[in-house]
Design a protein around this ligand. Structure first.
Ligand code: ADP
Ligand code: MG
Length: 396
C-alpha cells in the first residue's frame, strides 16, 4: 500500500510518485496500490480498519506527519501488537523528511538531498530489507497516549516547526526561514526535566547472532543484509510468542495486556504524571531552557543531523537540551554544525546531550508549543518511554 499526501511539502508528492517512484517500482516488479490521502487523519482511519493481511508493507510518500498518523492508526487497532509489525516504508515527499534522511544515513552512504534522497529511499524500498524500529509512547496530562517514531520537542525547535507552517510553499527551506526568525526573537522557556539514563553498557553490547534480529527481505525472506550485521551500536531484540519482550539492555518485561490502561505497550518505566519520577531517574534543576529535543533518529530534517549515532532500534531517546544564556551567534553556530552533525564536538557549555530510556518534561512558561513527530500536541506536562524495536521499517 503506497499512501501519498498530495498536500505535503510544496504539494509535489503526486508528481514524485508518477515520476521516479512509479518507474522504480515498475522496474523492480513491485505491485502496489496507490492511495491518495484526502484529508488529515485519512491515513490513520484507513490503516485502523484495513485488512492488513492484504499488504506486505505500508509505504508513505509524504513528510513525517503522515507516518505519525499511520503508526497511531495501527496502534489503535484491536490487533495492535500484530499490526504494528507491518513493515513500514518511507519516501521523502514532505517538507520534514527526518525519517527518510535517517534511513539513508544508516546505509552509511554520503549525504543525499531532494531527489537524490528520494532515489536512495526508493532503492532501499525495492530491496525490501526490514529492520526493527523503536516506538515511543508519549503520555500527556490528559487524553490518550500517542505513539511516536521520531521526536519530542519544546522551545526553539517546536516553535520553529509550527511557526514555519506558513512558509510551507518553500519546502524544506521553511525550517531555515523559521530558524532565522526565531533567532531574531530568541526567548527562553522555564521548566523541569527528568529522565532515566540509558545504561552505559548498552552502548558496547555485542551484536547477537540471533537471525531474527537481522533485517529480513520483504520479497525474499531468506535474504539477510550482511552490512547490517556488522553495524555497530545495534542492540538486538526479539518478541517471543509468549508475549515476553527481551532486549540487550537486560530489560525483560511482560507484554501483558492488563499492564497499561489502554491495553497497549505498558510504560513500566513511568510513574503517573502527577507523582514523583521513579528513584532511578535523574532530575535536573528547575531552569530556563532554549530548547529541549528528544529524538529516536539521526536526522530531524534533511539537513539537520541532531544525533549522529542514533540507530533505528537502539532503544534510546537521544536527548539534547540547550540552557538559557547561550548567545545568538553561539546558537546559530550549533545549528550550522548540525548540518554535518558536528555540534556535539563544539564544546558549547549550554548544550547537553544524553541517551535516555524515558523522560518527563514539565513546562512552567505558558503558553507554549510542544510537538511530537512535528505535530503540535496538548501543552503541559509530558512524559515518554521508548519501546525498543517493536515496529518494523524498510531500511538498508
Ligand atoms: P510535511 O512534511 O510537508 O509537513 P506531512 O506528511 O507531515 O508533510 O503532512 C502534513 C500534514 O498533512 C499531516 O498532519 C497530515 O495528517 C496532513 N494530511 C494528510 N493528507 C492530507 C490532505 N489530503 N490534505 C490536507 N492535509 C493532509
Ligand atoms: Mg509534517
Amino acid at each position: 500500500m503506497v499512501l501519498v499526501n498530495p498536500q505535503s511539502g510544496r504539494g509535489q508528492a503526486m508528481s514524485l510518485y508518477t515520476g521516479p517512484v512509479l518507474s522504480m517500482l515498475t522496474e523492480a516488479n513491485i505491485s502496489h496500490t496507490l492511495i491518495t490521502t484526502e484529508h488529515q487523519n485519512h491515513a490513520r482511519e484507513l490503516v485502523r480498519n484495513a485488512d492488513l493481511s492484504q499488504w506486505s508493507a505500508i509505504v508513505i510518500l509524504s513528510g513525517d506527519g503522515l507516518l505519525f498518523e499511520v503508526i497511531n492508526g495501527l496502534m489503535e487497532r484491536e490487533d495492535w501488537d500484530e499490526a504494528i509489525r507491518t513493515p513500514l516504508g518511507i519516501l521523502p515527499g514532505g517538507s520534514g523528511n527526518a525519517l527518510a534522511a535517517s534511513v539513508h544515513h544508516y546505509t552509511q552512504a554520503g549525504p543525499a538531498l531532494g531527489e537524490d534522497l528520494l532515489l536512495s529511499c526508493c532503492f532501499l524500498l525495492c530491496k525490501g530489507l526490514v529492520c526493527p524500529l523503536d516506538i515511543v509512547s508519549v503520555c500527556l496530562s490528559s487524553g490518550p497516549r500517542l505513539f511516536s517514531f521520531l521526536s519530542l520537542a519544546w522551545g526553539f525547535v517546536a516553535d520553529v516547526d509550527i511557526e514555519s507552517e506558513k512558509f510551507r510553499n518553500v519546502g524544506a527551506m521553511r525550517f531555515l526561514v523559521g530558524t532565522l526568525l526565531r533567532l531574531a526573537s530568541l526567548r527562553t522557556y522555564q521548566g523541569r526535566l527528568a529522565f532515566l539514563p540509558a545504561r552505559e553498557d548498552s552502548k558496547s553490547s555485542s551484536i547477537s547472532s540471533s537471525p531474527a534480529s537481522h533485517p529480513r527481505s520483504l520479497f525474499c525472506p531468506s535474504v539477510q543484509c550482511i552490512s547490517h550485521m556488522q553495524r555497530q551500536n545495534s542492540n538486538q531484540h526479539e518478541c517471543t510468542s509468549e508475549n515476553t519482550r527481551h532486549n540487550s539492555n537486560g530489560d525483560d518485561f511482560l507484554l501483558s495486556k492488563n499492564e497499561s490502561k489502554d491495553g497497549r505497550l505498558p510504560d513500566n518505566r513511568l510513574s503517573p504524571i502527577g507523582d514523583p519520577v521513579p528513584t532511578d531517574w535523574t532530575i535536573e534543576k528547575e531552569q530556563d531552557f532554549v530548547l529541549v529535543l528528544a529524538t529516536c533518529h539521526s536526522h530531524l530534517a534533511e539537513e539537520l543531523m541532531v544525533s549522529p549515532d542514533a540507530q533505528p532500534d537502539d532503544g534510546h531517546l537521544h536527548l539534547l537540551y540547550i540552557t538559557a544564556g547561550i548567545s545568538r551567534p553561539a546558537l546559530l553556530r550549533l545549528f550550522l554544525a548540525m548540518e554535518k552533525g558536528t555540534h556535539l564536538t563544539c564544546e558549547c557549555p549550554h548544550l547537553i546531550y544524553r541517551r535516555v530510556r524515558a523522560l518527563r518534561l514539565e513546562p512552567i512558561t505558558k503558553p507554549g508549543v510542544i510537538t511530537v513527530d512535528g505535530e503540535q500536541v496538548e501543552y503541559g506536562p509530558i512524559q515518554a518511554q521508548v519501546h525498543k524495536g517493536c515496529a518494523r521499517i524498510i531500511c538498508g
